[in-house]
Design a protein around this ligand. Sequence first.
Ligand code: PHE
Length: 383
Amino acid sequence: MNYLCSQFQKAAFVVASVAICVLTGCGKPEGDVIRVGEYASLTGKEATFGQSSHEGTLLAIEEINAAGGVLGKQLKLLTEDTQSKPGEPATVVNKLIARDGVVAVLGEVASSRSLEAAPICQANKIPMVSPSSTNPKVTETGDYVFRVCFIDPFQGTVMANFATKSLNAKKIAVFTDVKSDYSKGLAKFFKEKFIANGGAIVTELDYNGGDRDFKAQLTAIKAANPDGVFVPGYYTDAALICVQAKQLGLNVPLFGGDGWESEKLTEIGKEAVEGQYFSTHYHPEVGSEVSKKFVENYRKRWNGKTPDALAACGYDSALVLTDAMKRAGSTDGQKVRDALAATKNFQAVTGTITIDGNRDATKAAVILQVKDGKFKYLETVAP
Ligand code: PHE
């Protein structure tokens, strides 16, 4: 009886699943489109990261389709929201691969979230291209995991040299988000280089991403009397840290990395972020013809909005992936992987992309300063 019952349940389940699949088209990629997955923080505390990255990615996909698609087929971008939360990347990437049958995955922006989904892509032999995760561990996951941006040993070096040479700082305090792989990594690489430059790290304090009150740590930082404070965090926290530092009379430069890049930084930080600095991947006013064209097309597509670095990296991730598919002549995971690994001198918006032996891109960084609520370009630092 039990056996019969379970057989019956199984059969019923199969019938039901088939019915659902027929209705929703799940797991059955249409013959004439190439399905590409994207996972991004469209909502939650890093929402502007995911939104910008998605807008850039979608623009690239639409342009490629308008120009005839890839391998004679149109691309279909399937986008999932990670809600800026741990746990979500694994869920949505599993769904993209197992249910939607994507041939490759673009994402995420935040390193911790890329690190969560990368092993799933690797295990399924589905190439993953992160637009902008900079922690070295992301691509160390395995040979199916790539990125189109520089990595934090470089970004940390850029900002350490900036502190030493441009800020003329001898003593720096470092304030790290211990919940973020990006923040911990960037703090470490910055410290190593700043010390190698002859500087001293006078104090190191921690916070948890999403905290609202940083006063206790900032009071300790002020007492250590640094020449500047390095804050390798994301924009909401960084902006609040600048606001509260000002309230406490901590009047030294605060500076960070690409995680500061969001229009929310100035919205939240207002005059407290004026004059502060950060490094990132690109600036809309400097760059090649490819970059200028992108800025123009992005503005047309997205209601006059100027693309930030996240948008540019998102755009580049889709271009690099589709270029690899074309060279592979196939969407087969292994063939696309091999073609991605062979990417050389690809003219992208954020610079010329050559994928190195670690599946990372070696590219220049730019340093920006907040001026009148905008991000002003200061300099480009080549690797
Ligand atoms: N590099 C950040 C990380 O790895 C993400 C980021 C990229 C944020 C670009 C802003 C701009 O977590």
